[in-house]
Ligand binder design. Structure first.
Ligand code: PEP
Ligand code: CO
Length: 464
């Protein structure tokens, strides 16, 4: 049976947002060329199906009810220049490793959503940046222009939307092959440990969990359970998501579902609205109010409870479980005190949302040498603040939203590996924000599992 879903207002159409000035959009040099590209995209097959988006929403409804945990993670910005089977496989490996640690550690299903197969557009705090004394437009992602820091490189080109579409299609195809074709089989749990991780303390800790999972599987087999036939042990769902920022692209990928008659943005299973474009009366809210996908909303330190309530009313008027994930990114020192008023307002209004924590985006700073980075300890501090706020308000801390990579980069400071300021330039490959590397991500998963089990809390009697 199909879940009940309210139809969008009858005046809604995928292009209705055009009546409202949209923030953070590129100025295409040739409007006619952009229109022609949109027409072409409109004729291309959807990347995901409406039924899949509904299945993800059902999984998120379970998370909202406290019966699961959301792991949403991937690149800050995907790159046209770093596009290979190896990169995709390494990202999937760390996702599967983290999910295994969390599932085993907290004994809960983990809903896995990648920032992948479409995460090509970036909002910017400043429209310009200064490079070698010259002012050039800030980098807005490969679906808009090149990252080369030159005036020519930063000219928007709508053809890049088509290239982004094709790269997303190929990425999604490989993800589907890996996750359904044997690579994500739970009996391969050891294989996901990369060589450079396996020899580290986190890698060895992971090996111990992997061995326990293997023993549990062997135990079930010994009890006579036919593991071969249990599809869920051999396949996983990894859903796709990206920031729904570039409305020309999102509109062109929007299709009417033949089963329900509802509109879906078929560029990804889940889309989120960023911190800079979340005005309840803005063009992005107008567009996403009309599509049936599960949606994320970033909630930053300046968001008032009233603003968040307006957005919830706009995007989730029917209070559908799993429709909204509020991705809170308050900053290490602020989460514990800034979140409770927002959580209470949303809970009192009856919106059954997933509460997720993005501990990355409010903890960015530049080193004296000018390198953009984040401290692992700040990331953990924000996660602890988020858990404390959720516990105080009696809501389920349902998810985590991270920027990571499967590679051995040196972009975030600290962690068990202790990346130091001097190391940052050694392997800094991010096109935009600094990402956790594979070891830091695994380290974070172990600490998160402890938090979920409540082991971080001092024992009664006040051990510090
Ligand atoms: C992001 O997720 O990469 C991002 C830009 O986040 P925010 O909108 O929260 O700043
Ligand atoms: Co980012």
């Amino acid at each position: 049976m199909l879940p009940e879903m309210a139809a969008p207002p009858s005046t809604w159409s995928p292009s209705a947002w055009r009546a409202i000035p949209a923030d953070q959009q590129p100025e295409w040099p040739d409007g006619e060329h952009a229109r022609e590209v949109r027409e072409r995209l409109l004729g291309m097959p959807p990347l995901v199906f409406a039924g899949e988006a509904r299945n993800l929403q059902a999984a998120l409804a379970e998370v909202a009810a406290g019966r699961g945990f959301l792991l949403q993670a991937g690149d800050c910005a995907e790159s046209f220049g770093d596009f290979s089977a190896v990169t995709i496989r390494e990202k999937l490996k760390i996702m599967l490793q983290m999910a295994a640690v969390l599932t085993y550690g907290a004994m809960l299903p983990v809903v896995k959503v990648g920032r992948i197969a479409g995460q090509f557009v970036k909002p910017r705090s400043s429209p310009v940046e200064v490079v070698d004394g010259a002012e050039i437009p800030s980098f807005r992602g490969h679906m808009v222009h090149d990252d080369a820091p030159t005036l020519a490189g930063r000219i928007p080109d709508p053809e890049r939307m088509v290239q982004g579409y094709h790269q997303s299609a190929a990425t999604l195809n490989l993800l589907r092959a890996f996750t359904k074709g044997g690579f994500a089989d739970l009996t391969k749990v050891h294989l996901w440990n990369q060589e450079f991780v396996a020899t580290s303390p986190e890698g060895r800790r992971y090996e111990r969990i992997a061995a326990e999972i293997e023993r549990a599987l062997a135990f079930m087999a010994a009890c006579g359970i036919d593991l071969e036939r249990e599809r869920r042990l051999h396949e996983v769902d990894v859903w796709t998501s990206h920031e729904g920022l570039l409305l020309d692209y999102e509109e062109a990928l929007t299709r009417r579902d033949s089963l329900t008659g509802r509109w879906y943005d078929c560029s990804a299973h889940m889309l989120w609205i960023g911190e800079r474009t979340r005005a309840a009366d803005g063009a992005h809210a107008e567009f996403f109010a009309g599509v049936g996908n599960p949606l994320g909303i970033k909630v930053g330190p300046t968001a008032t409870p009233a603003e968040v309530l307006d957005l919830c009313a706009r995007l989730d008027p029917d209070r559908t479980p799993g429709r909204l994930t509020l991705i809170c990114r308050m900053g290490a020192g602020r989460a514990a005190e800034a979140l409770p008023p927002v959580i209470r307002a949303v809970t009192d209004a009856g919106h059954p949302v997933v509460w997720a924590c993005d501990p990355m985006h409010a903890n960015v700073f530049r080193t004296p040498a000018g390198v953009k980075t984040r401290r692992f300890e700040d990331i953990m501090a924000e996660i602890r603040g988020f858990f404390a706020a959720c516990r105080e308000c009696d809501v389920w801390p349902g998810g985590i939203h991270l920027e990571f990579t499967g590679e051995d980069v040196t972009e975030c400071l600290g962690g068990a590996e202790a990346v130091l300021e001097d190391h940052l330039s050694v392997r800094y490959h991010s096109l935009c924000d600094p990402r956790l590397n594979a070891r830091q991500s695994l380290d974070l998963a172990f600490r998160l599992a402890e938090l979920m089990r409540g082991e971080d809390r001092p024992a009664p009697g006040g051990v510090t």
